[in-house]
Structures are given as structure tokens and as C-alpha cells.
Design a protein around this ligand. Sequence first.
Ligand code: PMT
Length: 396
Amino acid sequence: MAQRKNPCVLLCVTGCIAAYKSCEIVRLLQKEGMRVKVLMTEHAARFVGPTTFRALTHEKVAIDLFDDPEDPIHHISLAQEADVVLIAPATANIIAKMAQGIADDLMSTTLLATKAPVVVAPAMNNGMWTASATQENMETLRRRGVRVVGPGTGYLACGDVAEGRLTDLSEIVEATVSSLDPDVVSGPLSGSSILVTAGPTHEPIDPVRFIGNRSSGKMGIELARAARNAGARVTLVLGPCDIIPPAGVKTVHVETAHEMLEASLDAFARCTHAICAAAVADYTPSRPANHKLKKTLEPLDVLELKETVDILAELSRVKGDRRVIGFAAETDEVCDYAMRKLERKGCDAIVANDVSRADSGFGRDTNKAWWVTSSGIEEFPLLTKKALAERIVSKL
Ligand code: PMT
């Protein structure tokens, strides 16, 4: 599969105790397929050394306006190279400079010169944040189209518990990735829109109990990430799980098989492909109680179940010439059962995975799978779910 060009994030780190969190931001952005370049102020370099960022990014770290002898107009090349600029943490000082158009060091000149989308994640003492000057500057930046994330409320370095701390890092990464111009993330699936279902479903017995399964959501989430990296617009319909969905992917959170069906049909109306990796409950309680069932008064002798709608079969029924890929979780005769599912459900291909192995299937980081179509079976080696997801997406 031809790889998309890795978009470049220019991460601007300013002088604030939260600067140490920028190291983790680098890692999270790289995980999302971004190339990260770091630009620091001299004050930021007092909190975290440039060597740390150089080691994390494998790129030169820019600090001084005149520090790159090979690049005489460093602030312009940095400004032009960035596909998106993230300032995290952003101090009151850099926010004020941006609002006023002050350009007196490498960071402020670069920010004035760039045409890339800009995301600002402020972090400062609550008094500085709530000061009228800062609030008016923020208003100016918002009006100019700068995207602002946070600040969050919590424990601040000065000891106060108040608004001013750097917001949740996943929120910052999400805002950065989703600010990218779609043309920058062009790849082999540019122009496609893909629905991915992932995770388990929870079928309520009463308000506190449910029928569920051991799906962690990892496989489907890696598929969503791989499809996004290939340039597709992705809608992820995700059952209950603890994993943070990839940035730049539209995620619809659902609980039950019925909610997953509704969300999937709705999204598929706007999609060119669907991949159903979710472990959907085949049965759901017919009459879930609306109060907690009492152990002694209402013994649960028989739990009456009804069949759920098969989402994969339903999408295949309405697909026309769009492509629908299913999964088959099997413990024995894996490919035989998968072939039968392919015929019964009417999809274009099935990824058959062996869920009896200790290194494959539910909750694992690796998966042993086969690509099953009406024209034959292709065996994949044991792969990480990330690598398997990339192989599956390359088939599209
Ligand atoms: O989430 P992980 O921990 O990473 O684990 C990944 C996985 C093992 C869950 C995944 O790789 C997988 O195999 N997903 C399908 C699990 C499953 O329910 O398989 P199945 O053989 O019961 O269903 C066959 C296909 O029908 C699947 O595409 C399933 O999404 C779909 N289906 C099933 C029932 C239903 N009501 N609606 C459906 O769409």
C-alpha cells in the first residue's frame, strides 16, 4: 500500500511547568502517524532540555532565531513546513504575543508567518488565565480561527485547585489531528469513507447487570486507525471499551446491539466500505428489568432471550456495489466456518481469526487470521493487530 506522507506537526513548547507533558504529547502524536518537530522558547528549555525532544523526535530542536547556520530564514522554513502548529503548553506571554502580532523571537516570528492551522493549549496560574488581558487575547485568537483546547481545572503548580492546568493530552492530540487539512492526509483511500464496528456490546438484564463478551475493541480501533492513515474518512461505531479511539476518526459510542445496528445503518448511508470487527451479542434479554432484580425476591430462574439483528448481514443486504468485510471468531475449523458465514451473511470477504490460541483473538495484541473470499483463502502470519489492520485495509 502506498503510504501517505506523514503530516508534520510543529509543536511549540513555552516556559511553563507543564512543559514536561509535551514529551508525552510528542509520543501520542507520533502514534497517530504524525512527524513532530519541536520549537521551544528559551524559558521552556529551562524546564525540559532540547536533548529530550531531539531524542524523541529524531529532529533538530529549534530555539534561537539565529541557531541554524544552514537555514538563514529559519522562522519561515519552520512556518512553511508545518501542516499544523500546536502550542502546548501555551503561556499567557505567547498568547499575548500572538494576539498582538509581536515577533521578537523564533517562536513568535514563526507563529506570525505560518499559514497552517494553529491549536493552542493554554496552561498557567488561574489569576493569569482569568485576567482580562488574557481573556481578551484569547477572544482575539478564537476570532482569527485559532483552535483552543482547555485549560482544564485541577491542581496547579502554585497549589491552587482551579482552572488553568494543561487539559487532557488526548483532547489536545485529537484537536491537533482533526485540524489537519484533509488534503494533507491523502493516501490510497482518499475520497473513501469507511464504517468500522468495534468492541463488544452490553445487553442489559437490569440497570446494573448485562450480557457482554471479552472483546477489548483493539482490532476494530486499529482498523479505524489504519483506514484513517490511508486517507479515508472513518466512522467508528464503538461498543463499551476502555481504549481511547484514534484522533481524526468520528467515533459513535454505543452500548447495545440494537444501538450498534442503528448507528451503523445511519453511518453506512454515507460510506463506501464497512468493516465489521465488533463482537455483537447474538442474543439480548427479551424484557430487561427497569429496576435492580432482587436476589431473594425475584430469582432469575430463566432469562428469556431474543435474537439480535445481524448487522453485518443487514449492511450486506443494502450494500449495492459497496464493499462489506466481516470477521469470524472461531475456535475450530476456522476457515470452513468462515466460508459458511461469508455465504450466509452475503459480505465480500471475511477475516477469520482463531480465538482459541493464547496469542490471538479477544483482548490480545496479536491475531492469527485468514482472508476468506469466494475466490479463495489467504493465510496471514501471526501479526500485531496494527499490522493485521494495515494488511486488511490494503485489500480495500
Ligand atoms: O476486540 P478485540 O479484543 O481486539 O478482539 C477482536 C475480535 C476477536 C473481537 C475480532 O477480531 C473479531 O473476530 N470480531 C468478530 C467477533 C464475532 O462476533 O464474530 P462472529 O463470528 O460471532 O460474527 C461474525 C460477524 O458477524 C462479525 O463480523 C460480527 O461483527 C458480525 N455480527 C455478528 C452478530 C450480529 N448480531 N451482528 C453482526 O454484525
